[in-house]
Ligand binder design. Sequence first.
Ligand SMILES: [Zn+2]
Ligand SMILES: [Zn+2]
Length: 302
Amino acid sequence: MISGILYPPRNYTPAEMAHEADSRMLQGLWDSIYKGNEYWITSSLFPPFYALSIDWSFVLIFTFIDLVLCDLPFFKNYKIQKDRKVTWPLIKKSIYLQFWNCMLWIFPVAAAQWCWVPPMELPKLAPTVFEFISQIAIYFFLFDMTYFWFHYIHHKNKTLYRWCHSVHHMYSSPFAAAAQHLHPFELFFVGGFITVIPWIFPTHPLTYWAWFLVAQLVSYEVHMGYDFPFALHRFFKYYSGAPAHDMHHLRPLTCFQPWLNYMDRLMGYHITYDDLKKMADEKNKRFGLYNKEDEEGLDKIN
Ligand SMILES: [Zn+2]
Ligand SMILES: [Zn+2]
């Protein structure tokens, strides 16, 4: 996560700077974040520490829900795959892999950054609200599209699937810790996409960190295994949410797009749990071995 180097995109005179600082809505927030904390947040160790803290916070919260609160009616009701229970041995396997991914990539990269990357220079000016929202939206669309093709190719190419992406498909009923259950190669690319995509604009550190938080938040949301009544996909048809990615883990040749679903709809890969039920009913009607008469016949035989 390198940022702030190119921000602001042009030089301001002191008078312009004072005027801009007064007029920017995010200035107060930015001042409260960076003033007095420069030593910590300019350190080259801050980005990996920030990324891992987000990861482990989500894993801790949802592990607690899955292991302790899962039998409360609220969580039971909104669990997507109700017949599948998340157990500690499943979570432990995933945490074990993540530990080794940290040893292989994250800690060595953090150590290299600490040795060779100078502390970041923080801009005094906050981003404008327009910059902040529009840049995060653009990064969101770009990442979603990039990962869609990366993901699609990994499912269509047997060698790539077996060697790399099948690791992520070890779980057919996902849970939060499974979001980062990735082959090291996939982790390297996914982390790379998230890091590099914001380099297309002069990106303010606040925007960069918020983008990173959004990317993590959505990745954990689609893996959490719950379809809550306040979930975003209920209000935005083209946002995938947990049910679509859950479906991808259950039926890996459907719902390839990670965060949105317009490409899946366009290419015919968007399947919902209702579709699956309808298909099963249709199949049973056409080919079902056991209709009512069969069952009565079996009862007589037995
Ligand atoms: Zn997944
Ligand atoms: Zn997949």
